[in-house]
Structures are given as structure tokens and as C-alpha cells.
Write a protein that binds this ligand. Structure first.
Ligand SMILES: Cc1cc2nc3c(=O)[nH]c(=O)nc-3n(C[C@H](O)[C@H](O)[C@H](O)COP(=O)(O)OP(=O)(O)OC[C@H]3O[C@@H](n4cnc5c(N)ncnc54)[C@H](O)[C@@H]3O)c2cc1C
Length: 388
């Protein structure tokens, strides 16, 4: 690990533990329980002053390597509020990565710059309402259309689970043209993008929740298309592996903290004449947490090293996303169990981490979809090795 990454990670950890953790009891939450933008901006101004805002992107605009990013984002995740405070949160982090890679200088100046400065939140519009037959696990089912009209594209459709759409200033919208999938950068809010509904969900760390949105004759200037028409799924792939890996990094940090809280509880609480940690049933749960945390960390580091070679890392990120999200679910569940009744209350972040990780097993590809695509690869490889 490089000296610069160690230094940034240490400063992020100190900031999150000393400054962000006290905000966990701040009641400025919206009606879905997510932190309000006013509180986010307050934490960000402190992060800016401490020199830890957007810590994975360097002042010259270059990005830390994925292996370096891993230790920084893990530290940012030590509080569910940490990634918001230091601007390493989804979907902004993945959107910044994509724009940094594929955006023209004009698009970067207009849309990326305010995001890196922590002044603009963004949303990624791909999924569509399930019961209308739209894109979900299978993005090729996309129904939202875009048609060229003069020097504007006209977009129509409905989107679902669009994290942070409410309150975002930048949107990356996916739609289908005759040429294939396209991606557009749009300013938000726009009267042609209407938030229809923000459902109550199991998680609540992401401002704006996960909105269902109607896109009704949205006109986007042609120069706000990202890259080329028909290449949208290619750009989605570029975003996908690092974005799903960064979820692993942040939630690993949160589970590390949940484990610390459960460990503290088990070392203070007595039952049947001895400390909980001295009961084998509890001690073993904490030991299993240690093992899962280390295995998840190594898997993240391995996948990051593959991405750092320039590979898309599709197979490796699928394997890592499954292994890490499932391991983190086990850890969060054990932390709740070790803490008894206290584990299901909002006295600590343990119950929130448990809820958030449950959702993580679905977004950025449900476990079964990753296993299914790995099984397809296994079959392909077998066929290649056995041509007759
Ligand atoms: C909290 C949260 C935030 C999200 N944020 C965004 C966002 O910002 N932008 C965005 O575009 N989308 C977002 N999503 C949507 C997310 O990407 C989808 O939920 C996900 O791709 C699954 O699609 P679906 O919900 O339509 O499930 P479906 O496609 O209906 O699948 C349901 C279940 O079927 C099973 N399944 C599906 N295919 C297979 C298969 N091939 N083999 C075996 N089992 C299978 C899986 O168990 C899966 O969980 C978010 C979702 C959540 C929960």
C-alpha cells in the first residue's frame, strides 16, 4: 500500500470517528429517515476544512488506484454517514468515476466539477418499474426511449429506484435509441422529470431515497450525450465493476464498526455469572466476524488489483460482490444477535447496518444474477476446453 493512501485513509478515519459519528444522533432526517441535505452540507464543509472531502480524487483530477481507494473508502464507511460527509457515497462516487473516464472536457467542467466539489448530488437512471416489464436485473429490457429531433434528443419513459433523484442536481439518464442504449447528462431538477413517488425502503442512508420517476418529453441537447449513441451499455459496464466494488468497501467499513460495537457490548455485559464474550456461543460469533471481515477485505483488495490492470473485472467483481455482500450480511446479523435487544434498537448503528446490508444484496446485481452469469462463464469455458 502506498504512503499517500495510508495517509489519506488515516485522516479520513480520524475525521469520521471524531466529527461524523456525533452526527449519527442528529435528528435532521427527511420523512424516509435519510439525512437532510442541510446536514450533509454542514458535514461536508467540515470535511472540506479538514482536507478530506472527495479524498479518492486528487487535486489534479486524477483518481487513486482501486487498491488505494479501497482503504480510503473502507474508512469513510466507519459511519453510515461517513461516505456522505466526505463525498464517497453512491451513486455520486460511481457517477464521478464514469464522467471522469468518459466525459468530454465540456461535460466534466459543467457536471463533474460541482460533484467533486461536493456541491451537487447526482442520480443514475437505469432501472424501470418491474410490473411494467422494464429494465431490472436484465437491463436489455429497457423501455425508456430517446429520439433525435433536430439537435436535441427527446426522452420518454418511467424509471424506478432512482437513488437520490429527489434533490439531485445532476442526472445520468439511460434510454434506448435505434442505434442501441444511450446515456445523457442532464441538469436537475427539470419539469420533464417528475418524481412520482419515493417508497419507504428498508434502508435510509441515502438522501432523496429511491424514487419512481416519469420522464415526459425531456429534451436534451445532443452535446449532452455521454460518448456515442448505442454505446450506453458499454459505459454502464465501465461504471459497474468499480461502483459495485466501492459498495463493498464502504459497507465493509460499516460492518467493521458494527463489530467493534458488538465487541464492546460483549466485553461489558454479564449473563449467568460471566461476561458475554466468555460464553463460547458469543465468542465464536465474534471470531467468525473477524474471519469474515478479513476474507472480505482480501477479496476487495484482489478485485481492486484486477481493476488496476485496466481490466473491466466483470467476473472478479461479480465474485467479490457476492462473497462480500453475503459475508457482511452474516456479520451484521451476528452483531445484532450478540447485542440482544439493544441490537435491534436505534441506540447504535448496528440495526441500521443490518438493514442497509440487506438491500446491498440486491442493488448492483442481486446475488443470484451474479452467480447465474458466473455459471454461464463456467459453461462457456468448459465448451471452449471441450470443443467436440
Ligand atoms: C436500495 C436500492 C437502490 C437502488 N438504486 C438504483 C439507482 O440509483 N439507479 C438504478 O438505475 N437502479 C437502482 N436500483 C435498482 C437495482 O439495480 C435493481 O433493484 C436490481 O438490478 C434488480 O432489479 P429488480 O429490482 O427489477 O429485480 P428483478 O429483476 O425483478 O429480480 C428479482 C429477483 O429475481 C432473481 N433473479 C433475477 N434474474 C435472475 C437470474 N438470471 N438467475 C437467478 N435469479 C434471478 C434475483 O433473486 C432477484 O433479486 C436500486 C435498488 C435498490 C434496492
Amino acid at each position: 500500500m502506498t504512503e499517500r493512501a495510508r495517509d489519506i485513509a488515516a485522516r479520513v478515519e480520524t475525521f469520521v470517528r471524531d466529527v461524523v459519528v456525533p452526527y449519527e444522533s442528529d435528528t435532521r432526517r427527511d420523512h424516509h429517515g435519510a439525512p437532510m441535505d442541510e446536514m450533509v452540507q454542514e458535514m461536508r464543509s467540515k470535511a472540506r476544512a479538514a482536507g478530506v472531502l472527495t479524498p479518492h480524487i486528487l487535486p489534479d483530477g486524477s483518481h487513486l488506484t482501486q487498491q488505494e481507494t479501497a482503504i480510503v473508502l473502507q474508512k469513510s464507511g466507519l459511519s453510515p454517514l461517513g461516505p456522505l460527509a466526505v463525498n464517497t457515497m453512491a451513486p455520486d462516487e460511481g457517477n464521478m468515476y464514469l464522467l471522469g473516464h468518459e466525459g468530454s472536457p465540456e461535460l466534466k467542467e459543467r457536471f463533474l466539477k460541482p460533484m467533486i466539489a461536493g456541491e451537487a448530488r447526482s442520480a443514475f437512471f437505469m432501472t424501470e418499474p418491474a410490473l411494467e416489464g422494464g429494465a431490472g436485473s436484465d437491463p436489455s429490457m429497457m423501455q425508456t426511449t430517446c429520439k433525435l429531433d433536430g439537435n436535441h434528443w427527446v426522452i420518454n419513459g418511467r424509471k424506478a429506484f432512482i437513488t437520490g433523484a429527489e434533490g439531485a442536481k445532476v442526472g445520468i439518464v439511460m434510454a434506448k435509441a435505434d442505434e442501441g442504449a444511450c446515456m445523457f447528462l442532464v441538469d436537475l431538477p427539470d419539469p420533464a422529470i417528475r418524481i412520482e413517488h419515493v417508497p419507504n425502503t428498508i434502508d435510509n442512508s441515502m438522501p432523496g431515497g429511491h424514487a419512481t420517476v416519469l420522464i415526459d418529453n425531456l429534451r436534451v441537447p445532443a452535446d449532452q450525450m455521454l460518448g456515442q449513441a448505442g454505446e450506453g451499455f458499454k459505459y454502464a459496464q465501465i461504471r459497474l465493476s468499480p461502483a459495485r466494488l466501492s459498495h463493498c468497501m464502504r459497507w465493509h467499513g460499516s460492518c467493521q464498526r458494527a463489530h467493534e460495537i458488538a465487541t464492546d457490548y460483549a466485553n461489558r455485559r454479564m449473563a449467568f455469572g460471566k461476561l458475554l464474550v466468555e460464553h463460547e456461543g458469543v465468542g465464536f460469533m465474534l471470531a467468525e466476524n473477524m474471519i469474515d471481515l478479513k476474507q472480505a477485505e482480501l477479496m476487495i483488495d484482489w478485485c481492486a488489483s484486477v481493476l488496476d490492470t485496466g481490466s473491466l473485472g466483470t467476473v472478479e467483481s461479480s465474485m467479490t460482490k457476492v462473497a462480500v455482500s453475503e459475508a457482511l450480511m452474516r456479520i451484521a446479523d451476528r452483531c445484532v444477535q450478540v447485542m440482544g435487544g439493544m441490537g435491534v434498537t436505534d441506540h447504535t448503528i448496528v440495526e441500521q447496518v443490518f438493514r442497509e446490508i440487506r438491500a446491498f444484496r440486491i442493488y448492483d446485481g442481486p446475488t443470484e444474477v451474479h452467480k447465474w452469469s458466473l455459471a454461464k462463464k463456467i459453461k462457456r469455458d468448459w465448451k471452449a476446453a471441450n470443443p467436440s
